[in-house]
Design a protein around this ligand. Structure first.
Ligand code: SF4
Length: 391
């Protein structure tokens, strides 16, 4: 769900508050109990926890463990690269089971907000890393190995305090940009899915509560999971949820363990009515025979089912597929059909990243042509849908 690093972290000078910075009380737990439902447990039914001792001792760690009675706990020196979990990319049966049944608790020591400028103005230090879902193209596990269950960072009060200081240091946003015309936008879910995290802890709720009272800033996260508990968090317009959508034909092949696309779209009005800003990520756009027809159908569906109040405030991002040679090799071992569409050497070019990984993206001319076609579809099928950026 992430964005590129574009520069060093900004300084965070202390200064007098610009606004009335009321202290934020602890987030209210969601009133509904979706997190306790069988459906929620199918997504995340935690049976084992690996935890740093300091994370276990923290208030958030204790709160999480109180909801997991009888679950075995293994103390680990650090949340990073736990041999029993990370890197076991050859065994997909265990890979998906790990994502479903394992939770890691850690402390996030390096609190940095990074500039972005595309989807968001800033990338906030995330409250988690890893995901219980298993999209075939996901880059989130790239640094930990491919079986990357959710790691929750329990020092959420430090993360929230850091973000509040950062927002305060920016002052009001005076120049509109593609991220937002009025507010500084902070992506809070770069390396995971905040909706799924909320099944087992209140980190997402705490961040939404924090932004609720920040008049110059807005939280933003992309999601492929509809968690009705989020409807009770009262974001008051200060959190943007971006439902990722793709044609059903692609989603059934690539978006493993996620909420069906039609249900994500159907949830948009509920989230708007609950106080969220609701945008869409057309993501990733995968080029394969028939892609244009299927995207046209998806856009027509959006136009048919979304009420006017959702359309009036909606915008979207278009993100063309990027891939990775190592992930391609892993996927061939368990999901080769996905690679038939993800790995298209005739259309793609490679680029070696600073850490030596070989990343793959559509060649410039291919991408330009596809984006032009997609823009034409948007103009005819969903003329109300502003494109904030295409990447
Ligand atoms: S929802 Fe899919 S793409 Fe997003 S973090 Fe989870 S596995 Fe990755």
């Amino acid at each position: 769900m992430g964005q590129a690093v574009t520069g060093p972290a900004p300084e965070e000078p202390e200064q007098q508050p610009l606004f009335d910075w009321a202290d934020i009380g602890p987030a209210q737990s969601p009133r509904s109990a979706f997190r306790d439902s069988p459906e929620a447990r199918r997504m995340l039914g935690v049976r084992e926890v690996f935890a740093e001792p300091a994370a276990l001792d923290s208030p958030r760690g204790r709160q999480i463990m109180a909801r997991l009675p009888g679950v075995s706990v293994t103390e680990v020196p650090g949340h990073w690269r736990i041999p029993a979990l990370h890197g076991n990319d050859g065994n997909v049966g265990r890979w998906v089971r790990i994502k479903t049944e394992t939770l890691v608790l850690g402390i996030k020591h390096h609190l940095v907000t990074r500039p972005n400028g595309r989807s968001a103005d800033w990338i906030a230090p995330g409250p988690s890393n890893g995901c219980a879902m298993a999209c075939a193209y996901c880059y989130v596990p790239r640094r930990k190995g491919y079986a990357n269950p959710i790691t929750l960072f329990t020092n959420i009060e430090a993360i929230v305090a850091h973000v509040r200081r950062h927002v305060r240091a920016q002052g009001p946003k005076t120049v509109p940009n593609q991220c937002d015309p009025h507010s500084w936008v902070y992506d809070i879910g770069e390396n995971g899915d905040c909706s799924v995290d909320a099944l087992v802890c209140d980190n997402t709720a705490d961040l939404i509560a924090a932004f609720r009272v920040l008049p110059t800033a807005k939280a933003s996260f992309a999601t492929k999971f509809v968690n009705p508990d989020l409807l009770a968090l009262d974001p008051r317009g200060r959190t943007r949820v971006r439902f990722s959508v793709m044609p059903d034909h692609d989603a059934r092949l690539l978006d493993l363990r996620t909420t069906p696309v039609a249900e994500r779209i159907a949830a948009a009005a509920d989230f708007l009515d609950a106080g969220y800003e609701v945008h869409f990520n057309l993501s990733p756009v995968v080029l394969r025979p028939g892609w244009e027809t299927d995207w046209a159908d998806l856009l027509t569906h959006l136009d048919d089912v979304l009420p006017a109040r959702v359309k009036d405030q909606a915008a979207c991002e278009i993100i063309m597929l990027t891939h990775n040679q190592r992930l391609h090799e892993v996927n061939l071992g368990w999901h080769p059909r996905a690679e038939e569409v993800l790995w298209q050497p005739a259309l793609q070019e490679t680029k070696r990243s600073q850490n030596g990984a070989v990343n793959v993206r559509y060649a410039l001319s291919v991408k330009r042509d596809a984006l032009a076609r997609l823009h034409r579809l948007l103009a005819t099928r969903t003329p109300w849908l502003t494109v904030r950026y295409a990447f």
